[in-house]
Write a protein that binds this ligand. Structure first.
Ligand code: NAI
Ligand code: MG
Length: 360
């Protein structure tokens, strides 16, 4: 258990990361909780300036921090000697094996046809095709990537998903609330060894959770179901690449990328980041939607509350809930940045969220 003040390492990164992360920090500062902020560099611009995408001092500071707040980095799609995406590396170095991406919609109240989307994609974060085992053969005419799936990683990510489904069911409270459900997503009909192992291990883990319904779905079917019947899902658990793609599909129901927040969790470390990237098309214009980043501040506090001493944990948890309510309010009522159809700038939305969280 950590003791306050909690150290938050802030890595704004590139592009709009530098515009939305200050909004999240402002929301955290407004709580008055005992948080200490430290800033560090990483990303493409950092690489161009100092030759390192993730300087050792940033990695050290991330290891020491109670939580990391990460913006976004711009990674070139063509290979650049010496450059590796710092976020992929941070996830691996800190063993942040669980990527948690919640999505909920906010239908207008009283609309009987309104969908109730309230789901979480739990994505394995350390292996699969992202293990970085790529090579070329035939003098560059053939490119090969190895897909790595292990029993250990499959087991621990499945456990996170079942625990989360159980906790979400408990939070829903009412006896007529929907049961806890985990959908295992794979492509074991084709990828018999890799997806086969993931599926078998996840089904084994399911045995230990008789109170949670477990079903399974092929990844292509899941993509269609997420696009057409998102209300049927509770917790989805899947491998790294599938989870990356499916969580972007799912976030369309939550107001798009400008609202999608995520947590990267391991046994010892935790990193919170908006799902979106550096958005070079709008960077520098001051119009990036800060709600995804501010939502990360709420996830971060929720995480700290679970580890904080009992005298302060309830206050931290209450601030997390307040920030989430303020984000929902800003999403519904505004002001809205252009991605949500408005003409507000980042600072107006940030100020509105902070005003709401301090006054309600
Ligand atoms: P992106 O998420 O940066 O942008 C996609 C589209 O969504 C753009 O039109 C952008 O303007 C819009 N958008 C994203 N966030 C927004 C926000 N908060 N408010 C308003 N509009 C928003 O993805 P893209 O364009 O594929 O990638 C751009 C760069 O970001 C690339 O270099 C990529 O490698 C990097 N990237 C980094 C990630 C990370 O650091 N975790 C994740 C995804 C992409
Ligand atoms: Mg992605």
């Amino acid at each position: 258990m950590s003791a306050p003040p909690f150290t938050i390492l802030v890595i704004p990164g590139d592009g709009i990361g530098r515009e939305v992360i200050p909004a999240a920090v402002a929301a955290l500062q407004a709580t008055g909780l005992p948080l200490r902020f430290q800033e560090a560099n990483a990303g493409w611009e950092c690489f161009q300036r100092c030759g390192e995408a993730l300087p050792p001092e940033t990695l050290d500071a991330a290891r020491r921090a109670d939580a990391v707040l990460f913006g976004a980095v711009a990674s070139p799609s063509h290979p650049v000697a010496g450059y590796r995406s710092p976020i992929v590396r941070l996830r691996r170095e800190l063993d942040l094996y669980a990527n948690i991406r919640p999505v909920f919609d906010d239908p207008p109240s009283g609309d009987p046809c309104a969908r109730r989307v309230d789901l979480v994609v739990v994505r394995e974060n350390t292996e699969d095709l992202y293990a970085g085992r790529e090579r070329v053969e035939d003098g560059g005419a053939t490119a090969i990537a190895e897909r790595v799936i292990t029993r250990r990683a499959s087991e621990r990510i499945a456990r996170v998903a079942f625990e989360l489904a159980r906790a979400r069911r408990a939070a829903r409270g009412a006896s007529d609330a929907p049961p806890a459900k985990v959908t295992l997503v794979h492509k074991a009909n084709v990828l018999r060894e890799t997806c086969g192992l993931f599926r078998a291990v996840a089904l084994e883990v399911a045995q230990a959770y008789p109170d949670v319904q477990a079903d399974e779905m092929l990844v292509d079917t899941c993509a269609l179901q997420l696009a057409t019947r998102p209300e049927r899902f509770d917790v989805i658990v899947t491998t790294n690449l599938f989870g990356d793609i499916l969580s972007d599909v799912a976030c369309a129901w939550g107001g798009g990328l400008g609202l999608a927040s995520s947590a990267n969790l391991g046994e010892r470390h935790a990193l919170f980041e908006p799902v979106h990237g550096a958005a070079p098309d709008i960077a520098g214009k001051g119009i990036a939607n800060p709600l995804a980043a501010i939502g990360c501040a709420a996830l971060l506090l929720d995480h700290l509350a679970r580890r904080a001493p009992p005298d302060i944990a309830p206050a931290i948890h209450a601030w997390s809930a307040r920030i989430q309510r303020a984000v929902r309010y800003a999403r519904t009522v505004g002001p809205h940045t252009p991605d949500l159809g408005g003409d507000a700038v980042t600072s107006e939305v940030t100020n509105a969220v902070i005003a709401h969280m301090l006054t309600t």
